[in-house]
Design a protein around this ligand. Structure first.
Ligand SMILES: [Zn+2]
Length: 472
């Protein structure tokens, strides 16, 4: 598949539309849907293996919710998107092939409103829906060729050798390639315009866009060395800023309030910065001096920091002051359960997870927590029942499959445990590991006739897919 990408690089001439910057609806001329999906998963495999990937279901869930709120109002071609968080203090966000959009923690913390964050995410979504990356690859064949080839080789090497180290190398290359993807001015203007449409349709404040970019530009000019990463890849011109301002000036003014979850995510990120003691002091001061836009979020941040210093009694006391149930947020329910669990009160944790997941049945981080707690309590059958329901809703969730592997292992189901591990590996883009795991499961020989033939069919499917990827 990646060789196909390289072949395209040589074969396709730059596509120049006469009516730039409105490049119009893009036909899927560069990659097939399948190719793009396979490339997207291969990229995510490297992202997941990278130490900078922030494996925090709550923050990731928030970002995906925000992203899909924007995608759902996009008028351009719809596809699968994956939004993920990179633990990096620089202000940056980027789109990669396959609809993968990364947002740095630095950007989440620097945004002064949810509309500002949404404006950057909407801009990145537009780069994806307009196939700008593929177009750039096609257009820059000469200068771009060596780095693209290096990326392809690194990804292929990582795929044929399923160890984390080589995947991490590939991903650092993928990031460095990404940092060299400088969008043209026309692409920038198109992404601005479509991003703006999404932003207003989804009910965000369109002034967020010019506000954020203005600040970013000032910051990079005067003092902040963390800003240029984004500006280098998304060249910001005074034309762009005045276009954004003209658009938002024409829009009727309406105040848009930030969601509670936006505030909670930022408080959560702040609470994990610095040493545990410093984080507690900072959170206490924020609350005492009322330097917050949401008291609930400030208190949520304090509880998160207190968990790091293992001050459970004070954490519990602060939790009691937070809104619970429907008037709060699933993130608060989750924190309450985590606090009980960390303090060693398993029964209370289970009770909180259960009530949280019935109040917010669609919130998966609570399900992960609940299932994890059931497994630690060795209530394997209850965990499995919960997992079956969740997997029937979200069969592509690699975290659920990992829990399923654990539950089956606890129950001594060897085939089913390996099968679940295999599914998790395949969903993380690691077909070699998937084939290895399912082979171990088949060899274990403890499945029913039906389970055995299902596993064999699955193995054949993955083998064919893996072979096809290697061939291309
Ligand atoms: Zn851009």
């Amino acid at each position: 598949m990646l060789r196909t990408l390289l072949a395209f690089t040589l074969a396709i001439q730059p596509v120049v539309a006469a009516d730039l910057p409105d490049l119009g609806e893009v036909s899927r001329q560069y990659f097939s849907d399948q190719e793009e999906q396979a490339m997207g998963r291969a990229i995510m495999r490297d992202v997941y293996a990278d130490p900078r990937y922030l494996d925090d279901p709550e923050i990731e869930s928030y970002l995906n919710q925000l992203g899909y709120k924007l995608v759902s109002v996009s008028t351009r071609n719809q596809r699968e998107f994956t939004f993920f968080v990179v633990d990096d203090p620089s202000i940056n966000a980027f789109a990669m092939p396959g609809g993968n959009i990364g947002v740095h923690t630095g950007l989440l913390l620097a945004a002064q409103s949810e509309s500002e964050l949404a404006s950057v995410v909407a801009h990145e979504i537009s780069h994806v829906t307009q196939d700008h990356i593929a177009r750039m690859v096609a257009a820059q064949s000469q200068s771009y060729w060596p780095t693209m080839a290096a990326l392809a080789l690194a990804l292929l090497a990582a795929r044929s050798n399923p160890n984390v180290a080589s995947a991490a190398i590939a991903s650092s290359q993928a990031y460095s390639i990404q940092s060299q993807l400088n969008y043209s001015r026309d692409y920038e203007r198109e992404a601005d315009r479509l991003g703006y449409d999404m932003l207003t349709r989804a009910g965000f404040d369109p002034r967020g866009m010019s506000g954020f970019f203005n600040r970013l530009q000032r910051a990079s000019r005067f003092y902040d060395s963390s800003a240029p990463a984004y500006l280098r890849t998304h060249p910001l011109t005074s034309d762009r800023i005045s276009d954004m301002e003209a658009r938002s000036d024409a829009a009727p003014y309406h105040q848009v309030e930030d969601s509670l979850d936006f505030q909670l995510v930022r408080a959560r990120l702040r609470a994990r910065q610095d040493s545990p003691q410093d984080a507690v002091v900072a959170a206490r001061n924020t609350l005492k001096e009322k330097r917050y836009s949401s008291e609930t979020a400030a208190r949520y941040g304090l509880v998160s920091a207190l968990l790091r210093t293992r001050q459970f009694r004070e954490a519990e006391a602060e939790l009691q002051k937070l809104p619970s149930g429907k008037s709060g947020s699933p993130m608060i329910q989750q924190l309450a359960a985590q606090t009980a669990l960390a303090a060693g009160n398993q029964a209370l944790a289970l009770q909180r997870y259960q009530s949280g997941s019935s109040t917010y049945p669609g919130y998966r981080p609570l399900q992960y927590g609940y299932i994890g707690a059931l497994l630690s309590a060795r209530r394997s059958n209850d965990a499995l029942a919960q997992l079956d329901r969740q997997l029937s809703l979200y069969p592509l969730d690699r975290r659920l499959w990992r829990f399923a592997a654990q539950a089956h292992a606890q129950l001594g189901h060897r085939l089913l445990s390996h099968r679940a591990q295999a599914e998790a590996a395949a969903l993380s883009g690691n077909l070699m590991a998937a084939i290895e795991q399912i082979t171990l499961g088949i060899k274990a020989g403890d499945g029913s006739f039906y389970e055995m033939s299902a596993a064999e069919a699955r193995r054949r499917e993955w083998q064919a897919l893996e072979k096809a990827q290697r061939k291309e």
